[in-house]
Design a protein around this ligand. Structure first.
Ligand SMILES: Cc1cc2nc3c(=O)[nH]c(=O)nc-3n(C[C@H](O)[C@H](O)[C@H](O)COP(=O)(O)OP(=O)(O)OC[C@H]3O[C@@H](n4cnc5c(N)ncnc54)[C@H](O)[C@@H]3O)c2cc1C
Length: 480
């Protein structure tokens, strides 16, 4: 029988991996189970990539508390996990006297209540910093603390650090059922393949599906509904140096324009309620809504060239706030659920809250004295970059960088996984130029590893080329 774990985290998005990293700093047996075959396959991979300050969060909410604490934790984490971060700041523009009044009367005091520094600037300063912004705007609210990161990097780095500290990470492990032990001493987690994991506590970080995980212990205390956000990516140069956002609507932070940490600009997202938790398709109407929204901020945007469009789904919670608490039906299941629109930014604070909740249980949590706090140079960023021929011309990614991504801990053998680990295929040509060469590197590298390892064992990537061609014939997905 499988040994008894102390904590199993369900879900390998930014929230689940932040939690498993935080738990891996303690002497405990920790496991993360993720339904998909990599981390960051859910909402965490398709968002605006902004590390928000929480200036506009509802004071006193769980969300604003997590954002406040995360603001304190990010500077150290960004350094320790080598997270690419663009501290560009944001500006919320006032397009009318009514919006200016809303900024001054609502957003300034709200930001102050949340401890976030903001300042109102007049039109001249706004246009000096962001020449492409419409001249009709009256001014804007600058939020210096906001910045842009790479969400996949954050999620991967959390998971890699946890793995280095001994946490076990299992992909392709969808949770199907949770059964409390008869004597309530532990939970039995039953996976889709029928295997069982016994654990003292479980953490529900299953994003859009966290209400279904709750339901597994007959907890119907919250419901999650998806709200789609569609985006456009452009590599054109835009005359903005900050994240430019409108005064938000009740359902979303509004359609904005933001720099991408590795280059280019992101436009969007829309806010469309739907029922299907899997539908991340983009639509003509959605694209038009994005362009209409951004046009109000940047009148010349329609001349920009789109290189990609994609959509993400927010997990909208019926409670209206994050749910970070033990389930009312089982004290052994801790929810980190309903993390709607700021989960990337608030993930360190959420993780700390979950650790605190677990510390108040019967678990013995002593700090690991030899815990690794900084991520080593796993992808060989320093030496691999200069190693070998350039495979991705748009992003100057070398053979060495691809090979390091294939061999690093928590490596991936899918094109998407390599794309997100190296940045290859993310440039202007979106992989059209480099995919054949990439497949060659991936196939020969893993084949040589496979042969060396298992004397004739089939190469792990066998069939990748065929599945890529099949995918092309059927239309490639729109995800980043
Ligand atoms: C359009 C849009 C824009 C956004 N912009 C920002 C932003 O700029 N800044 C910001 O901070 N936040 C932003 N967000 C919010 C942020 O992306 C989310 O809050 C965050 O990604 C939620 O992370 P998560 O780990 O809870 O969920 P997910 O990333 O969805 O992870 C949940 C994981 O659980 C797994 N799972 C589900 N069911 C099971 C099961 N039964 N067994 C095992 N695994 C399971 C899933 O496969 C998935 O990988 C935005 C969101 C959207 C949609």
């Amino acid at each position: 029988m499988d040994s008894l774990r102390d904590v199993v985290v369900i879900g390998g998005g930014v929230v689940g991996t932040a939690i498993v990293r935080a738990l891996s700093l303690y002497n405990m047996s920790i496991m993360l189970v993720e339904k998909q075959h990599d981390v960051c396959e859910g909402t965490s991979k398709a968002n605006s990539a902004i590390i928000h300050t929480g200036f506009d969060a509802k004071p006193g909410s769980v969300e604003s508390d997590c954002l406040r604490r995360s603001r304190e934790l990010w500077p150290e984490l960004i350094g320790a996990l080598k997270i690419p971060f663009l501290p560009c700041g944001a500006v919320m523009v006032a397009a009318s006297e009514t919006e200016k009044a809303k900024i001054i009367e609502h957003y300034v005091p709200n930001a102050e209540a949340n401890g976030v520094e903001v300042r109102y600037i007049e039109k001249e300063e706004l246009l000096e910093m962001n020449p492409d912004v419409s001249e009709h705007n009256l001014g804007g609210l600058v939020i210096e603390g906001e910045g842009i990161c790479d969400p996949f990097w954050v999620t991967r780095a959390f998971a890699q650090l946890a793995e280095l500290n001994g946490a076990e990470i299992r992909f392709g492990s969808g949770v199907e059922r949770i059964e409390p032990a008869d004597d309530d001493s532990h939970l039995v987690i039953v996976l889709e393949d029928g295997s069982e994991i016994r654990t003292r506590y479980a953490v529900n970080a299953a994003g859009l599906w966290s209400d279904e995980i709750a339901d597994m212990v007959k907890d119907e205390s919250f419901v999650i509904t998806p709200r789609k956000g569609q985006f456009i990516l452009t590599e054109d140069t835009l005359g903005i140096s900050q994240i430019v956002l409108p005064v938000p609507s009740p359902s979303s932070k509004g359609i904005l324009a933001a720099p991408v940490v590795f280059g280019g600009f992101l436009l969007g997202p829309t806010a469309e309620d739907q029922e299907d938790k899997w539908d991340r398709s983009t639509t003509d109407d959605g694209m038009e809504a994005v362009l209409n929204g951004v046009e109000k901020l940047l009148p010349g945007i329609r001349s920009a060239t789109t290189i990609r469009q994609f959509a993400g789904l927010r997990a909208v919670c019926s409670t209206g706030d994050f749910v970070i608490s033990p389930s009312p039906r089982s004290h052994r299941l801790i929810h980190a659920a309903g993390i709607r629109s700021t989960g990337l930014s608030s993930s360190p604070g959420i993780a700390e809250r979950v650790v605190e909740l677990l510390r108040s249980t019967d678990l013995i949590m002593t700090e690991r004295s030899e815990a690794i706090l900084e991520l080593p140079d796993l992808l060989g960023e320093s030496d691999a970059a200069s190693n070998g021929e350039i495979i991705c011309l748009c992003r100057s990614i070398t053979r060495g960088e691809i090979e390091r991504a294939l061999s690093a801990p928590l490596s991936s053998t899918t094109l998407d996984g390599i794309k997100r680990r190296t940045g290859a295929m993310l440039g202007e040509c979106q992989g059209n130029g480099c995919i054949p060469k990439l497949l060659d590197v991936m196939e020969s590298f893993t084949a040589s590893r496979g042969l060396a390892k298992a004397g004739g064992e089939e190469a792990p990537l066998k069939g990748l080329r065929e599945s890529y061609i099949a995918g092309q014939a059927g239309g490639r997905d729109n995800e980043i």
